[in-house]
Design a protein around this ligand. Structure first.
Ligand code: PLP
Length: 360
C-alpha cells in the first residue's frame, strides 16, 4: 500500500488513523456483526454514534445550548436555497461576494427575494477580502451572508463583517474546524464536510434556535425546513449515516490532537512553510493579498501556463496529487486541510525548490 500526498480541495485528505479505524470496523462494528453502512438509523447503536458525534462537535466548537446542530444532505449548495427559504422573513438579505460559492449563494437567494450584493472583490479576481467595516446593510435585511474561506481563490475573512446587528450566516465549508470560532457571533454556520471534516454526503448546519420557525417562504418543501430536521434531531428521514459515523471519528481525532486551538497553531505553522517559500521564490508566486491569505487553500502560479502544467504533471509523478488550480483560475492550488501532515507540505516545498532550480 502506498498513499500519496493529496492536495485536493475536496473531497479531500482524511486522517489516516480514522481511515484505518473505519477499515477495522468495516465488517463488524463493535461486535454487532454488521457494518455501520448496514445498520438501521433507528437502532441504539446508531443513536449512540450520532449523539456522540454531536456531543464531540459541541465540545470542539464550544457550541452554546441555544444552537442546534443538524446533520443534513444536499451538500453546501442546497443551503444556498434553504437559507433564504427559511430566513428571508422580510424578503431582504445582504450578500458579500468574495468568490464563486458566495456568488452562487447570492444568485440562488435572488430567486426567493431581494438579495443585494453589498460588497464584492470580483474586480480583482476575488484575490482579496473587501473592507466590511461599514457596509450599506439594509435596515430590513434578514441576514448578512458570507463565504468565510474561499476555497477556489484562497482568501479568508480574518475579521467578520460589521453586520450592524443583523444575523450573520456563514459558509465555512473549507475552514470548518481549522481554528476556534466564536459561535455566538453567527446565526447560522454551515459547511459541506467533504473539505475538512469527512466524506461527501453530509452537510452540518449550526443554527441559533430562534431562527428555526414555521414561518418559512410559501412552498418550502418539508425536507428543506430547518424545523423538520431540528424537531427530529436530524433523524426525520434516513440521514447520511456512514458519513456521520466518519465525521464522528474525525471529531474524536481532533480532540486527541488537542482541539481547535492546537489545530490552529499547527495550521498556521504548516501554511507558513508554503507561504514563506512563495514569498521568496523567483519562479512561483502566491495570488492572494497577504493579509487575506487562507490557511487551508493556497493558490499559486509561475506566470506561464505551460510551466504550470509541467509542474502539475511532474508533481503528480512524484506523489503530490491534485495540485492543479480550479478551472476558473488556472495555475496551482495546494489545499492543506487539517489532515494534511506537516511533512506533506515540507516535501512539497522541497519539490518546488528543485523544480525552480531546474526551470529558471
Ligand atoms: C465546495 C464548496 C461548496 C459546494 O459544496 P457542495 O457540497 O458540493 O455543494 C460551497 N461552498 C464552499 C465554500 C465550498 O468550498
Amino acid at each position: 500500500m502506498s498513499r500519496v500526498y493529496n492536495f485536493s480541495a475536496g473531497p479531500a485528505v482524511l486522517p489516516e488513523e480514522v481511515l484505518k479505524e473505519a477499515a477495522e470496523e468495516m465488517l463488524d462494528y463493535k461486535g454487532c456483526g454488521m457494518s455501520v453502512m448496514e445498520m438501521s438509523h433507528r437502532s441504539k447503536m446508531f443513536e449512540t454514534i450520532i449523539n456522540e458525534a454531536e456531543a464531540d462537535l459541541r465540545e470542539l466548537m464550544n457550541i452554546p445550548d441555544n444552537y442546534k446542530v443538524l446533520f443534513l444532505q444536499g451538500g453546501a449548495s442546497q443551503q444556498f436555497a434553504m437559507i433564504p427559504m427559511n430566513l428571508m422573513k422580510n424578503g431582504v438579505a445582504d450578500y458579500i461576494i468574495t468568490g464563486q460559492w458566495a456568488k452562487k449563494a447570492y444568485k440562488e437567494a435572488c430567486i426567493y427575494g431581494n438579495a443585494k450584493a453589498v460588497a464584492s472583490s470580483e474586480d480583482q479576481t476575488f484575490s482579496y477580502i473587501p473592507d466590511c467595516s461599514d457596509l450599506p446593510i439594509d435596515e430590513d435585511a434578514d441576514y448578512v451572508y458570507i463565504c468565510e474561506n474561499n476555497t477556489i481563490y484562497g482568501t479568508k475573512f480574518k475579521t467578520l463583517p460589521n453586520t450592524k446587528g443583523k444575523t450573520l450566516v456563514s459558509d465555512v465549508s473549507s475552514c470548518f474546524l481549522s481554528e476556534p470560532v466564536d459561535v455566538t457571533k453567527y446565526g447560522v454556520i454551515y459547511g459541506g464536510v467533504q473539505k475538512n471534516v469527512g466524506p461527501a454526503g453530509v452537510v452540518i448546519v449550526i443554527i441559533r434556535e430562534d431562527l428555526i420557525t414555521e414561518d418559512v417562504l410559501p412552498g418550502t418543501p418539508t425536507m428543506l425546513r430547518y424545523k423538520t430536521h431540528a424537531d427530529a434531531d436530524s433523524l426525520y428521514n434516513t440521514p447520511p449515516a456512514y458519513g456521520i459515523y466518519i465525521c464522528g471519528k474525525v471529531f474524536k481525532w481532533l480532540k486527541a490532537q488537542g482541539g481547535l486551538e492546537a489545530m490552529k497553531e499547527r495550521n498556521e505553522k504548516k501554511a507558513k512553510i508554503l507561504y514563506d517559500f512563495l514569498d521568496e521564490s523567483r519562479l512561483f508566486k502566491g495570488t492572494v493579498r497577504k493579509e487575506d491569505r487562507s490557511l487551508m487553500n493556497v493558490p499559486f502560479v509561475t506566470g506561464n501556463a505551460e510551466l504550470d502544467a509541467k509542474f502539475v504533471k511532474e508533481a503528480k509523478a512524484a506523489g503530490f496529487e491534485n495540485l492543479k488550480g480550479h478551472r476558473s483560475v488556472g495555475g496551482m492550488r495546494a489545499s492543506i486541510y487539517n489532515a494534511m501532515p506537516m511533512e506533506g507540505v515540507e516535501k512539497l516545498v522541497a519539490f518546488m525548490k528543485k523544480f525552480e532550480e531546474e526551470n529558471l
